[in-house]
Write a protein that binds this ligand. Sequence first.
Ligand code: AP5
Length: 248
Amino acid sequence: MNLQRDRSAWLHGPPLVCQSQPVHPTHCRRLVLLGPPGVGKGTQAAFLSATYGACHLSTGDIFRTARQCHSNEQSPALHEAIAHMNEGRLVTDETVLEIIRERTTCLSCRGGFILDGFPRTALQAEALEAHLGYEGVSLDAVINYELPVDELIVRISGRRLCPDCKAVYHVTSRPPREEGRCNTCAAALIVREDDQPDAVAVRQRAYQESSAPLLDLYAARGMLVPVAAHGLPEDVFARTITALAVWH
Ligand code: AP5
């Protein structure tokens, strides 16, 4: 099954609306992906989205999309958020929650969602729970991808990104068919600004300080599904599906 979804309403926000055909799965998936920078959340989100037909909702992709706009088109809050991201710092909760509030239709979607990069702090987790509670739905699971830090660095240092469709590649483990070009839209691949060594160190620290505590929070609620992220992306995906099946 490959259920491609239209992410423009998520990436650009209002007034854009979702053009995807309604999905009527027997059980739509509402998943959160956690794990340190570079562990492979975005890569796995693409597999999960194609399998379950649930949109891949990445907050990092929202900021990267906004960065491509002319600075005149960016609100002061977004401008500041992009500066935070480039340096590897977390964007403030206030800005993130404002951006999420503009996109709550994506969180209310009948097709479910694969959240990648949100929530990232306890406050963001509370806001997500409040919204889902209001909608009368709940998360199915929170998947935590685990990998030793030296392997994270290898993954980040070889990452290449399509600036248009946001597809993620790696120079050795997941190269594009044509060097430097996206398989899907043929755009020239780029290196993320926050993949420079200084920003990577800041991101790892931010993860430990603000995001790692979410693991305890979701574990205490019995929602955390740990998945080892070593090996090929396809192997990690197979492990994810097995872990979800066993966990349910
Ligand atoms: P975001 O885009 O969410 O970045 P991140 O969490 O740091 O995660 P990454 O995108 O770096 O890694 P990933 O786990 O998705 O790995 P990937 O699949 O690409 O956020 C960026 C920034 O935005 C933040 O630092 C912050 O400033 C801001 N931000 C976003 N959300 C926020 C929020 N809620 N609150 C505050 N601030 C926020 O894989 C990495 C590489 O490895 C790729 O090259 C890939 O091809 C390769 N790879 C993947 N899997 C494998 C495998 N199994 N084997 C070999 N290679 C692999």
